[in-house]
Design a protein around this ligand. Structure first.
Ligand code: BTN
Length: 253
């Protein structure tokens, strides 16, 4: 397949958040493929209104402006596509064996190594998606409170990664996965590949934390739009579109 995705990189020393900068640029006409990369973020943003610690040069902090040629009800698949791309890049650059926790945390040895924040915005040129990717490159990316649950490339490989190589492989892999997503059968293909790359897709006992409710369930694959299907303890199938999913050990409920 011909590569249709051609990123244009804008490099910044420091910024509040690369996602916020991508939103600002998209609102004044940035085209598909603008990629904001910063050495440091002073107000890095995570999912569910969390913050993303972003010390200088400790992580890869990037955001892409996208104007996808697929129906907006399928835009949630961009998160899954991005997680697959980061996973591909980690395999290529560091020979790691990543897992993907729904929807888009890329983990190694059950610890989070990359987080992804996908947002949809209105712009004068039509709706746009902003995909923000944060990869923990070095140990110092992680504050002490996160050391039990998060990791970095440095920690899992024993050496500091080449940031430019990680960036170029993430962008290359993103382009490949994004082209597939927009091709015929791209949705089914992406969901199949996500399920094959995630230990969370099927038969995983999880705690689901929604805004106003928490319950335990077993995962039963993905819906067509990437939402997680789970079976609750009383046998109901529920569809999870937002919120947090945490793996439970058999006895740890
Ligand atoms: C999460 O797991 O909660 C998502 C974290 C996303 C962090 C990245 S870092 C680059 C981009 N800019 C931001 O402010 N957030 C994303």
């Amino acid at each position: 397949m011909a590569a249709d995705f051609h990123p244009t990189i804008l490099r910044l020393e420091t910024i509040d958040s690369t996602n916020l900068e991508a939103i600002r640029q998209a609102k004044v006409g940035a085209k598909e493929g603008l990629c904001i990369v910063a050495r440091e973020q002073t107000a890095g943003r995570g999912r569910l209104d969390r913050t993303w610690q972003s010390p200088k040069d400790a992580g890869l902090y990037l955001s892409l402006v996208l104007r996808p040629a697929i129906g907006m009800n399928s835009w949630p698949l961009l998160s899954l596509t991005s997680a697959l791309a980061v996973s591909d890049a980690l395999v290529r650059v560091c020979s790691l064996k990543p897992d993907i926790k729904w929807p888009n945390d890329v983990c190694v040895n059950d610890r989070k190594l990359c987080g992804i924040l996908a947002e949809t915005i209105e712009t004068p040129a039509g709706p746009a998606a902003i995909v923000g990717i944060g990869v923990n490159l070095k140990r110092m990316a992680l504050p002490d409170v996160l050391r039990q649950t998060a990791t970095s490339i440095e920690e899992v490989t024993g050496s500091e990664p080449d940031t430019e190589r990680v960036l170029s492989e993430v962008l290359r892999a993103f382009g490949e996965r994004y082209d597939v997503l927009q091709s015929s059968d791209g949705f089914e293909h992406t969901i199949r590949e996500w399920c094959a790359s995630s230990s969370y897709a099927y038969e995983r006992r999880v705690r689901v934390s929604l805004e106003n409710e928490t319950f335990t369930a077993v995962t039963r694959g993905l819906d067509r739009d990437g939402a997680l299907r789970v079976e609750t303890d009383d046998g109901q199938i529920r569809i999870v579109r937002a919120g947090d999913v945490t793996a439970l050990r058999a006895q740890a409920e």
